[in-house]
Design a protein around this ligand. Structure first.
Ligand SMILES: [Zn+2]
Length: 41
Protein backbone atom coordinates (compact mmCIF):
# COMPACT_ATOMS: atom_id res chain seq x y z
CA UNK A 1 0.00 0.00 0.00
CA UNK A 2 1.31 3.43 -0.97
CA UNK A 3 0.43 6.94 0.03
CA UNK A 4 -1.89 8.79 -2.38
CA UNK A 5 0.08 11.99 -1.91
CA UNK A 6 3.79 11.20 -1.59
CA UNK A 7 3.64 7.63 -3.00
CA UNK A 8 5.82 6.23 -0.23
CA UNK A 9 4.99 3.00 1.50
CA UNK A 10 2.43 3.28 4.29
CA UNK A 11 2.92 1.61 7.64
CA UNK A 12 -0.18 3.06 9.23
CA UNK A 13 -2.84 4.10 6.73
CA UNK A 14 -4.98 7.17 7.22
CA UNK A 15 -8.01 8.31 5.30
CA UNK A 16 -8.55 11.88 4.12
CA UNK A 17 -11.77 11.40 2.20
CA UNK A 18 -13.43 14.42 3.76
CA UNK A 19 -10.58 16.55 2.38
CA UNK A 20 -11.14 15.20 -1.11
CA UNK A 21 -8.24 12.74 -1.14
CA UNK A 22 -8.97 9.27 -2.39
CA UNK A 23 -7.32 6.15 -1.07
CA UNK A 24 -4.93 6.15 1.86
CA UNK A 25 -2.23 8.49 3.03
CA UNK A 26 0.77 8.07 5.31
CA UNK A 27 1.07 9.60 8.76
CA UNK A 28 3.19 12.55 7.70
CA UNK A 29 0.87 13.52 4.82
CA UNK A 30 -2.08 13.07 7.10
CA UNK A 31 -0.74 15.39 9.79
CA UNK A 32 0.33 17.87 7.11
CA UNK A 33 -3.19 17.94 5.68
CA UNK A 34 -4.76 18.21 9.11
CA UNK A 35 -2.51 21.16 9.94
CA UNK A 36 -3.48 22.80 6.65
CA UNK A 37 -7.15 22.16 7.33
CA UNK A 38 -6.89 23.85 10.71
CA UNK A 39 -4.48 26.49 9.37
CA UNK A 40 -1.70 25.63 11.82
CA UNK A 41 1.73 26.57 10.62
ZN1 LIG B 1 2.52 10.48 2.26
Amino acid sequence: MNCSLCKSEIKIAYRLEKYGIKGYVCGSCYSKKIREAYNIK
